[in-house]
Design a protein around this ligand. Structure first.
Ligand code: AP5
Ligand code: MG
Length: 214
């Protein structure tokens, strides 16, 4: 099962990806997570991406396409993959088509998580995560057992540098400009499924499974 998740910041791509990973063994490939790793490690890619990500702007297409290409080459995707946050532009979608063809792969479904913008501010500003294991929490929707600390690692939780209301406004603006073209591309291919992304994470997951027929 090879999937793509489209959806604005805070729409729940990461949250739902973890559920699909646990139930079906598909591998989550999040360009945001891979870029943040590169920033932490201080690689050349990380140095190029860091200022753009901090402002909520897109990283250039050739860089993210390169990350995906590299990930496909590493393998281990026999049970399938789930692209979280890629493609985000039409050129990225077209580059992905080419990559899949070269690797003898195909996308089974493109899931677009639809969430009204006013809900995204609350989700994004309340998000906290563990710097060690990456577990994601929300101060009110999904709080840790001990406020401010990871349930798994006991580490103090941190907030992403792009999770302020100002940066979120930039991220949503970019999303509004680019994503309609990506959605049209996949609708033409008959792969697009729009998912109502409001409600509990489990309720939304049920909708996703229905769309996948699983
Ligand atoms: P990325 O990391 O992908 O960020 P994003 O797209 O803005 O999405 P988020 O990770 O913020 O949200 P999410 O949908 O995963 O939500 P989550 O499940 O965590 O990208 C970051 C940056 O990297 C980009 O801005 C760009 O600079 C760069 N980049 C990445 N990919 C790129 C590309 N392809 N091209 C160019 N640049 C790229 O949920 C959010 C919060 O809400 C959590 O606290 C969660 O607990 C809570 N929550 C989840 N579901 C629910 C629910 N149903 N009800 C209530 N709360 C919920
Ligand atoms: Mg995410």
């Amino acid at each position: 099962m090879n999937l793509v998740f489209l959806g604005p910041a805070g729409s729940g791509k990461g949250t739902q990806a973890k559920k699909l990973e646990a139930d079906f063994g598909v591998v989550q490939i999040s360009t945001g997570d891979l870029l943040r790793d590169a920033v932490r490690m201080g690689t050349e890619l990380g140095q190029q991406a860091d200022p753009l990500m901090k402002q909520g702007k897109l990283v250039p297409d050739d860089l993210v396409v390169g990350i995906i290409e590299e990930r496909f080459q590493r393998g281990g995707l026999e049970k399938g993959f789930l692209l979280d946050g890629f493609p985000r532009t039409l050129p990225q979608a077209e580059a992905l088509d080419g990559m899949l063809e070269r690797n003898g792969l195909k996308i089974d479904k493109v899931l677009s998580l639809e969430v009204p913008e006013e809900l995204l501010y609350e989700r994004i500003t309340g998000r906290r995560s563990c710097p060690k294991c990456g577990t994601v929490y929300h101060v009110s929707n999904a709080p840790p057992k001990r406020m401010g600390f990871c349930d798994v690692e006991g580490e103090p939780l941190v907030q992403r540098s792009d999770d302020s209301p100002e940066k979120l406004a930039n991220r949503l603006e970019v999303f509004r400009t680019e994503i309609p073209k990506v959605k049209e591309h996949y609708a033409r291919m008959g792969l697009l499924a729009e998912i109502h992304g409001v409600g509990t994470p489990d309720g939304i997951y049920t909708e996703i499974r229905k769309a996948l027929g699983r």
